[in-house]
Design a binder for this molecule. Structure first.
Ligand code: PPS
Length: 303
């Protein structure tokens, strides 16, 4: 563990470096050995996303589906980062060390809900050996880029994003945390062909019809809830409700400066249209066509 993690509130931002072929900062690599040796259980559910695809949204949905009725106190006392720990994240805040893998290991719940942004090749082998259920959530590249840019502006454990134009070019080149969006979504899509315990979802679908996507999620995880409870959950996970809920909106985390940009920022499909210039959009589309060759993987709202 680097001493520098204690300087979290200082203005210095971490640098990305190449880690087994993926750009990451030390916050996501310091616990590598521990994460790789993580002992998954057969009923663990791994939530996987490229950053900014809606991880917190699907985490809150799953948390409510599993524990909303049995442990209502959980929804008034436990912040989402503790309820659904971030497997590879290791950070020291005000001299308190938070190791995601340790928090995940000690989760008292069954199932344990655990989140990661790992590309498929980084997932600890015990998740595959135990045939754990995996929920992969993907979001269109342009909205991910915009959301990631604003996140990096406000989060002191993220590298400095620089200006939008240079950020967008680095995003296209895969030179942001967790590397290429294109590789991430494609490689997880390919994994779905051989690993049947993987449910691949799209952010745009949840925005379009949250109830329908929650139903699909329920059948994947083997839950059947009364219609009233499903309605309650669908309402609770609406953007406006989550934005006001301090247990899921990250407003209490000192590493995030909400004066720059809130964590739940807009929650819209197509906000990229407010950021991309015509020239940036053309260049992005050209690059996208070269990298997204699989006709079976289609994102909506990208043109
Ligand atoms: S992180 O930091 O990678 O874990 O971020 P992540 O949670 O994956 O993504 C944050 C974006 O998801 C949006 N979000 C939502 N959109 C619609 N409805 C709901 N309920 C919701 N909850 C989170 C959040 O607003 C971020 O997107 P942007 O576009 O920045 O608003």
């Amino acid at each position: 563990m680097s001493d520098e993690t204690d300087k979290i509130n200082s203005p210095s931002r971490p640098e990305l470096f190449d880690f087994h072929g993926i750009p990451l900062t030390r916050y996501f690599t310091d616990s590598w050995e521990k994460v790789q040796n993580f002992q998954a259980r057969p009923d663990d559910i791994l939530i996987v996303t490229y950053p900014k695809a809606g991880t917190t949204w699907v985490s809150h949905i799953l948390d409510l589906l599993f524990f909303g009725q049995t442990s209502p106190e959980r929804q008034t006392a436990i912040p989402i980062a503790e309820a659904v720990p971030f497997l590879e994240f290791t950070v020291s805040i005000n001299s308190v060390l938070h190791v995601g893998a340790d928090v995940a290991d000690k989760l008292p719940t069954s199932p344990r809900l655990i989140k990661t942004h790992y590309p498929v090749q980084f997932v600890p082998k015990s998740f595959w050996e135990k045939n754990c259920k995996i929920v992969y959530l993907a979001r269109n590249a342009k909205d991910c880029a915009v959301s990631y840019f604003h996140f990096d502006r406000m989060n002191s454990v993220e590298p400095e994003p620089g200006d939008w134009n240079s950020y967008l070019h680095r995003f296209m080149e895969g030179k942001v945390g967790y590397g290429s969006w294109h590789d991430h979504v494609n490689n997880w899509w390919k994994k779905k062909q051989t690993y049947s315990n993987l449910h691949y979802m799209f952010y745009e679908d949840i925005v379009e019809d949250t109830g329908r996507e929650i139903e699909k999620l329920c059948s994947f995880v083997g839950l059947s809830l009364p219609a009233e409870e499903m309605k309650r959950i669908t309402e609770k996970v609406h953007f406006d409700k989550m934005a006001k809920n301090d247990l899921v909106n990250y407003s209490k985390l000192p590493i995030m400066n909400f004066k720059i940009s809130p964590f739940l920022r807009k929650g819209k499909v197509g906000d990229w249209k407010n950021h991309f210039t015509v020239a940036q959009n053309e260049e992005f589309d050209e690059d996208y066509k070269r990298k997204m060759k699989d006709p079976t993987l289609q994102f909506r709202n990208t043109v």
